[in-house]
Design a protein around this ligand. Structure first.
Ligand code: PLP
Length: 370
């Protein structure tokens, strides 16, 4: 059996060491006589697993004491409704910055719950390829001072646009406005100053673990702003008061996420992951930039280190490109259907060797087509 290099955007590759450990512990976990999947979520074994996972995540991200970590379900798409129900329940006004497909989805969903205002957008509807390729300059953001919160997508998984600097809302006269960020596809790829944010959320299946787990990190003063019709299982205050056990949490996904957190600590933590992710992204973008055969549209300052969309200048070669890649064990390189072209997702679990294999293929394919 050989494992391919998996460039899928999500569910995405997991560290091999984590999968091996999970395989070893699959039938029987640490003398418990059963698999983690079969345990009571209220028993002492699972309480230890979720407690350790939370403690490790807190340590990795240096989460301040006045923030709660919630293990939820429904994915980031459910959070697009759950966040408005929780944070805009008393003041139904939400501002957004639109930078790609995922922030657009968040806007559409939130508009069912609140009055939505687009403070800035980078949409270029006339572009034939790459309708979102930049982040609007913060000085051009027009925030409503009385908005419940400002929502950003930290890394646009489909369009490949990533924030590397966070806006100074104080300078916009909006220092009191909580910043809410969808971090689904770049959480844990680098250190993050959690204290800058009111709430962070993300689905686990990009850079944390298996699908089914959704992570929410929320400042405590925001816990109790929910609309009365918000379902109890999705009410942050209720989930926090019950230590993510108001209903049965996705126990196996939490266990795997916990193994990933331990793996990250063993690698040297998030500063080390950032160093590796920079090296991987630079290698790939440099290769794309070196030739006219490949095109990358995203502005350099906000090119995602996690998701690298690119196009062949001659798109009639797309199928040949993908077939040749698959022959070398380079899988899931096809771009999202809304953008087209190719996309290489290179999350934490993708080692530089995988990116080298892709870069070699990019160069070889270009030569054979010359
Ligand atoms: C994948 C993704 C989502 C959707 O997550 P689901 O788990 O499918 O709900 C939302 N936002 C971003 C940025 C994503 O990458």
């Amino acid at each position: 059996m050989t494992r391919a290099w998996n460039f899928g955007a999500g569910p995405a590759a997991l560290p091999e060491a984590v999968l091996k450990q999970a395989a070893d512990e699959m039938l029987e976990w640490h003398g418990a006589g059963m698999s983690v999947m079969e345990m009571s979520h209220r028993g002492k074994d699972f309480s230890g697993i979720i407690g350790q996972a939370e403690a490790d995540l807190r340590e990795l991200l240096k989460v301040p004491a006045n923030y709660k970590i919630l293990f939820m379900q429904g994915g980031a798409i459910a959070e697009n409704a759950i966040v408005p129900m929780n944070l805009a329940g008393k003041n139904p006004k939400i501002d957004f910055v639109e930078t790609g497909s995922w922030s657009t989805k968040s806007i559409t969903e939130a508009s069912r719950y609140a009055d939505v205002h687009i403070a800035a957008t980078s949409l270029n509807p006339k572009a034939p390829q790459g309708k979102y390729t930049r982040i609007p300059s913060v000085s051009d953001w027009h925030l409503r001072p009385d908005t419940a919160y400002l929502h950003l997508c930290g890394n646009e998984t489909i369009d490949g646009v990533e924030y590397f600097a966070w806006p100074d809302l104080e300078a916009l006269g909006a220092g009191h406005v909580p910043l809410v960020v969808d971090v689904s596809s770049h959480i844990l790829s680098r250190p993050l100053d959690v204290a800058k944010f009111g709430l962070l959320y993300g689905g686990a299946q990009k850079n944390i673990g298996p699908a089914g787990l959704t992570l929410v990190i929320i400042r405590e003063d925001l816990l109790d702003q929910a609309h009365p019709l918000c379902p109890s299982a999705f009410r942050y205050k209720t989930v926090a008061e019950n230590a993510s056990m108001f209903n049965t949490p996705p126990t196996y996904s939490i266990y795997i996420a916990g193994l990933v957190f331990q793996w990250l600590k063993a690698q040297g933590g998030l500063a080390e992951m950032e160093r590796r992710n920079i090296a991987k992204a630079e290698l790939l973008y440099q290769t794309l930039d070196r030739s006219d055969f490949y095109i990358s549209h995203v502005e350099r300052a906000c090119r995602s280190r996690m998701n690298v969309p690119f196009f062949l200048a001659d798109e009639s070669r797309n199928d040949a490109f993908l077939a040749g890649a698959a022959e070398r064990g380079l899988l899931q390189l096809k771009g999202h259907k809304s953008v087209g072209g190719m996309r290489a997702s290179i999350y934490n679990a993708m080692p530089i060797e995988g990116v080298r294999a892709l870069v070699d293929y990019l160069q070889d394919f270009e030569k054979t087509q010359a």
